[in-house]
Design a protein around this ligand. Sequence first.
Ligand code: ADP
Ligand code: MG
Length: 160
Amino acid sequence: MESRTFHTRSEEETIALGRYLARELRGVVLLIGDLGAGKTTLAKGVVEGAGIATADEVSSPTFTLIHQYGRKDQYGRKDRAIYHADLYRLDQDREVETLGLDDLFATGELVLLEWAERFPALLPRERTEIRIRALPDESREITVDTIASEDGAQARAPGN
Ligand code: ADP
Ligand code: MG
């Protein structure tokens, strides 16, 4: 398991970190942290860094549960998508199952998930976990762990 820790001192720095991480993030990514930690803020940067939408166009999917951000190629066909889901309002595995997360995982596109660590049985083992912790001075400690399917194996990048 590879682990790295970053430190951001403002919302803008967290968005910038998301833009940076966009280059490497693939597959299923859990955004883990308390309410207001900065999960959605980081997601804004990731979507922007992938060139799919601007940070301002990314909003919290708290009520809609899943947002899809897509990019079209020169022929108007969709050539890349990012899914961003927030499972905060769900309590049971059964409720989460109706969302069809497996279908999203199967696309091989980047799937950013808030509050999904509460449903471990529904998640692929191969995933990235990003933990965000608010420090007393309003800065954030952000740790990125990549979990491969086998010990010592690198996580496969879907689509590669
Ligand atoms: P979450 O999705 O984890 O509930 P949000 O990203 O919606 O959290 O909100 C984070 C809030 O914290 C925003 O209001 C943001 O302006 C504020 N904030 C303050 N400092 C930071 C920082 N270093 N990184 C991210 N957000 C920060
Ligand atoms: Mg959020």
